[in-house]
Design a protein around this ligand. Sequence first.
Ligand code: FAD
Ligand code: NAI
Length: 486
Amino acid sequence: MATQNFDVVVVGAGPGGYVCAIRSAQMGLKTAIIEREYMGGVCLNVGCIPSKALITAGHFLHKMEHNASDMGLTLPGKVKVDMKQMQTWKKSVCDRMAGGVEQLLKGNTVTIIRGEASFKSTTELTVKSKTGTESVTAKNFVIATGSRPIEIPGFSFDEKNVLSSTGGLALDERLESAVVIGGGYIGLEIGSMLSNFGTKVTVVEANKGLLVGLADAECVQVVARKLKKNGVDVMLEAKAKGWKKAGKGVEVTVEVGGKEQVLKADKVLVTVGRRPNSDQANIKGVGIAVDEKGFVKVNAQRRTYVPHIFAIGDIACQPMLAHKASHEGVMVAEIIAGKNRAYEVKTVPSVIFVDPEIAAAGMTEEEAKAAGYTDLKIGKFPFAANGRAVSLMETDGFVKIIADAKTHIVLGVHIVGPEASNLISEAALAVEMGARLEDLALTIHPHPTLGETMMEAAEATLGHAIHIIQKPLGGAKAGAGPRAHV
Ligand code: FAD
Ligand code: NAI
């Protein structure tokens, strides 16, 4: 068995691992990356990128069906949805991104090893592939092996009747109906995407509300209203008990308020969270500690209990988000190269790609109060008062800013509305830099753009937004309805 030796070996080529390997090689370290399945990991192949491609297609279709004729654009008939072509297009998007990752790794002289890695000791990995087994030793290891979907009792994934997110993103036929168990990130993103393609969707959520603890409650209300308007049924405090095959579809038994109901659908999608892959690769076998939720225990430098073995991304800790994984990837590479760094971010911005999108940076009102900020200034600016949003025919939602009343320092920004995903980066910068409301309000934002809502939300929080009527002057609340932007 051949043995290769490196300064750094990264296990897993997701957005945590591949970014870490590139940065490590950039810094002159002899680096290898081991991947058992696909370059780019879950994110590029069965997660962020394919889901956003399909969500884009669904959004586009929704606009064609609901807005185009008002704009004077009429079609000769109904828009035909060709799910097979959509899958081909989706795959081309993913392949392009995954191919790009491979090129970047090679271009940075990272050695790519394909196969399943397993720790033999704290200094050696065994890699099994179709062509055989090899041994890899290194001075430092970075575990970036990610996570997988959680199964619930009675709902084993067969990807035919009971789908995980992976199956939900691979559908090449339109569904008439679907039951979605779990009203969190994935359930609502894929659920609303399916709904846009004309599928009758029923969301079964165990909690008292949708996205509980994952997004600002007021933002969620806007999305919940839109889901209802688009014909999505939501069952709260509901428990899925089991399912059986019925004809070509499924019958799902759900318990709500002590009573059982049977929901008929073509398929059931289970999206109740993801678990770290820490039960694999003999991680525990070499003395790396794992917590009760399955996350590898790490310190602020993402070192495990074995100091030269690091863990990043979904396997290390919440939030399970690609950009958090990549941030850790760069940081760990720099630590290994001798830089004095630690994970000290004020915020990991989040986006939920529903309709309209929800995005957040910094604290919610409850979190700010819990952190000791007793005197808050909170202001809101509605997209209905923004010229660009009106011209896009996407006026649902608002930008909400939470600031410390004494210092005016921005503590949190919560957006529900068009392009919230692209607007939130300004808010993340504001929170990270400790910007004051005046910094946002006095920065000239180009017109006509959705970005102006950030400036006006800051003005609203200061009590003097121009394009809404605010009474009393100087108060924290956004006033009555919007008026036209002249
Ligand atoms: P992963 O991306 O999971 O990569 C881990 C890699 O390690 C995999 O390629 C795996 O094959 C490999 N591996 C595992 N074990 C071994 C082994 N023993 N040997 C060799 N290789 C191994 N996040 C966002 O920020 N934005 C989004 O819009 C978003 N959308 C999502 C949509 C869906 C449907 C899903 C499922 C997730 C989404 N996420 C999103 C979450 C995001 O995908 C993850 O947070 C991110 O992929 C985590 O990156 P990672 O590098 O930790 O792990
Ligand atoms: P999630 O944690 O976002 O939501 C799971 C939901 O399922 C919760 O609302 C929970 O109350 C509910 N639930 C749990 N058990 C249940 C049961 N037995 N019956 C009914 N409901 C139940 O998990 P999800 O949606 O699987 O996503 C996993 C993670 O992937 C996310 O937390 C996020 O970190 C990441 N992700 C990020 C995206 C983004 O950034 N846009 C998109 C998709 C995923």
